[in-house]
Design a protein around this ligand. Structure first.
Ligand SMILES: NC(=O)c1ccc[n+]([C@@H]2O[C@H](COP(=O)([O-])OP(=O)(O)OC[C@H]3O[C@@H](n4cnc5c(N)ncnc54)[C@H](OP(=O)(O)O)[C@@H]3O)[C@@H](O)[C@H]2O)c1
Length: 274
């Protein structure tokens, strides 16, 4: 019997299993650590670099005293790798936090032949939701948090991989974060009746490799940047709300979510990559 249950009095949940992608990065590591601070969470770091992953697991265990922190290796930009992770996963999954992202300055393609930002920042999120959706439903109530950005726009449904447009990493990044917000709405609608919520958030402007690659620094600390995503993963609000976009723990109107035709077209386009 699954032991998970909500303790409304403490607004905490028991034996919740969370999967955090990009947990070797600035914001992902802070999200993973904040969740591990709840001793009721088992936190799985989804990382592509085994050495970094081991170091971060040790660091979070030391900092929180929570022994239930471990890693799984996955390259989220590759369907085959995400599929392998989903296939070897055992037991429930209550919170999927899609956070991993990259923004190479030059256009690059993955070994599967997909432009890297679209593959990592968009399809990576989408594949994880798709391939874990059965497990999330079986673990319901469950939730997905897509770390997006307020810096979003310029999505071109006819050129998602910058094959026609001149590649610029800022434009490709903004497109990918718009797509994350749109896919949040599409996936939320499909999973609503199954007890699985899907919400998006802007984290905060944090100095990181990603922000540096985009030509920015960032004034927020990683902990500040992680706050809204970790809150959506742990607080009952993240189970009540779905299909929403949050900034600083507040639901904010998302104009991208309102173009239903584009949301559905993007969802269909992503399906074609599986
Ligand atoms: N920083 C900001 O100011 C800011 C603002 C708005 C939104 N965000 C969003 O916040 C999230 C985290 O960004 P961050 O600033 O923390 O970036 P970061 O420090 O550069 O971390 C990125 C993480 O993603 C991982 N990653 C990249 N490609 C991957 C792949 N193919 N497979 C598996 N993992 C991969 C990296 O792994 P490695 O360590 O192996 O490279 C790293 O753990 C992103 O979704 C970003 O769009 C950030």
């Amino acid at each position: 019997m699954r032991l998970a249950c909500w303790r409304e009095d403490e607004k905490e949940c028991m034996n919740q299993i969370a999967l955090v992608t990009g947990a070797t990065g600035a914001i992902g590591k802070a999200i993973a650590r904040q969740l591990a601070e709840h001793n009721t969470f088992e936190v799985v770091l989804a990382c592509r670099d085994e050495e970094k992953a081991g170091q971060v697991v040790a660091e979070i265990r030391r900092a929180t005293g929570n022994p239930n922190v471990r890693y799984e290796l996955v390259d989220v930009s590759r369907y085959s790798s995400v599929e392998a992770l989903a296939r070897r996963w055992r037991g429930p999954l209550h919170s999927l936090i899609n956070n991993a992202a990259a923004s190479p300055r030059q256009r690059q393609e993955t070994p599967e032949g997909i432009e890297v930002q679209f593959a990592t920042n968009v399809l990576g999120y989408f594949w994880l939701i798709q391939l874990f959706s059965g497990r999330l439903q079986a673990s319901a109530p469950a939730r997905v948090i897509n770390v997006a950005s307020y810096w979003a726009g310029d999505l071109d449904l006819s050129d998602l991989e910058f094959k026609r447009r001149r590649y610029n990493n800022g434009t490709a990044y903004r497109q990918s974060k718009q797509a994350d917000r749109m896919l949040t709405v599409a996936c939320a609608a499909r999973l609503k009746s199954c007890g699985v919520t899907v919400n998006a958030c802007h984290p905060g402007d944090v100095n990181s490799r990603l922000s540096n690659d985009l030509g920015f620094g960032g004034q927020a600390t990683p902990d500040e940047g992680a706050d809204t995503a970790a809150w959506l993963a742990a607080d009952p609000v993240g189970q009540r709300e779905t299909g929403k976009y949050f900034e600083q723990r507040q639901a904010v109107r998302c104009r991208f979510a309102e173009d239903t035709a584009a949301v559905e077209a993007l969802y269909e386009a992503c399906l074609a990559y599986a």
